[in-house]
Design a protein around this ligand. Sequence first.
Ligand code: PLP
Length: 416
Amino acid sequence: MNIATYAAHRQDFPAARLRADFPILQRSVRGHPLAYLDNAATTQKPQAVIDSESAYYREINANIHRGVHWLSEQATLAHENARERVREFINARETAEIVFVRGTTEAINLVAQSYGRANLGPGDEILITGLEHHSNIVPWQLLCQQTGAVLKVAEIDDTGTVRMEQFERLLGERTRLVAVAHVSNALGTINPVREMIDLAHARGVPVLVDGAQAVAHTPVDVQALGCDFYAFSGHKLYAPTGIGVLYGRRALLEAMPPWQGGGDMIRTVSFQGSTWNDLPHKFEAGTPHIAGAIGLGAAITYMQQVGVHNVAAYEHELLDYGTQLLTQIPGLRMIGTAQNKAGILSFVVDGLHAHDLGTVLDSQGVAIRAGHHCAMPVMEYFGVPATARASLALYNTREDLDRLAQALHQAVEMFC
Ligand code: PLP
């Protein structure tokens, strides 16, 4: 992502007007207007997404794919239209490459259990980085236990940047898969995924990108990236929980065995054996989260109307503003200072536990997250048990960050 190229878009970004699209942002919390800065955990939903989900239940609720009646036809159309919205959004070649799953976690587990178990054996290596979310660590550890494969980790440096010379060195004879975050949820670091993919591909190694923290904040083009798998969650993209996407290159998905068995993923079933449905249905056993997929389609339409490039530029400007404010707070240390960063402000304050900070901020209506952010190895690297984390979305304003800084100043005065 080259932020500079988006700079021209950011001047007139209508964040204040967009806030009106999100009903929850109109409410007050503990007697204060809500400053919601926990977007890396989950984003709030615009009215258009809420309406699309409830319209499905009100008007066309039916099970999909198998029905011959009108409602089922309408529900199937809406569900498959959402798949097309996703395809267009990430520029996949075809909808067959878009598998609906519960979220990033399920997408990565699917690849580990299907691609991984079919292609990895004892001594084979999976390469990840030191800034991964547990969702991009534990599925590979399970796979290693099952197959005898070995997990390799390219470390980060003190800014939270992956040591690329180490990444390159660890890409060896036995590397069978690379799995990297596009953006770190704990640090905000934007990994040079294109470069990582090129390095891996030069050695014939496929790459999975964990895009959970990227899709709502930067344009994603899976063909331009050249990745083999791309995983993301709807709920971090203004869509409902319980719906997400695994993009996979057709050739890989075709060759992979199904992961879960059940309805919809089969072509024929007999007691002698079964045959599999076409892509993407081969990986979608059982009744899916139909309303969620429709909501995801609506969220993508919303993002496209706002313009992902505009969002990227605007959030980057907010990030700079927030960084300036926070670095003026006595005793505050930023965790994650990579040069290429998305809208995540992770920090610790001398003498104050992150959870206490979170509680003080909450009393002012400022919602942030405190903890290990499902990235314990990152916490271990920086020698902290937890950080406080403010994370941005398109509806955040400078005022939200002013209130964050103000509440932090108060906390420091009160406790330090
Ligand atoms: N990967 C990253 C980088 C994340 O930030 C998260 C969630 O915070 C996940 C994976 C897991 O996403 P989900 O819980 O929606 O499956």
